[in-house]
Design a protein around this ligand. Sequence first.
Ligand code: DC
Length: 221
Amino acid sequence: MKADNGAPMIIAIDGPAAAGKGTLARQISSHFNLAYLDTGLLYRAVGKKVLDAGGDPTDADTAERIARGLAARDLTADGLRLDAVGQAASKVSAVPGVRAALLDFQKDFATSPPAGAAGAVLDGRDIGTVVCPEATAKLFITAGTEVRAERRFKELHEADTTVIYARVLEDMKERDARDSSRSVAPLEPAQDANIIDTSLLSADQVFDQARAYIASKTQKA
Ligand code: DC
């Protein structure tokens, strides 16, 4: 599917951790037949490789070197979803050289989607503001901090019953603060983004709102 001017249809989805971006991105990708890139995985892969090498994720030189050498197989490594890896990802993502190293891959994915897809949906923190400012439609998906911590707690608790909610909430606040206050590409809605607060919505309600918004931008439902 192309946007009306013949360019690939690009859907940018940004927002804080556990707001529902991934669920929405997968629904949009399957409904509109678009390729999907979870850009958080790139930062997670860099964070994990730094940790595995015994490095410090805040050490800019190490993080940038690893980002420059990232390979496709690193994106399917075990443990990328662990909370410790999320924290390391948030730290390496504040390094300007890391962001620069990962930018071209994301832009190429959006403008020349794989497997012949006619468009792409990317989710992350800076898709509408930095990676794809030209996106066909921009969504900013958010929810209250406690709601997001509760969702993340339930997810983690399924794998590990010793997880403590207060700790998850603290980690969430710490990550939000770091992602929003960094000097390069901080988490913030693009000026022309459609903001959806998912605190009181089901995944299907979020999808319905997003689909209506995308339809208003593309004439496609
Ligand atoms: O979406 P996530 O939880 O998988 O992202 C992990 C971290 O990666 C997040 O805390 C910030 C960083 N990130 C980023 O800076 N820019 C993106 N486009 C995606 C993720």
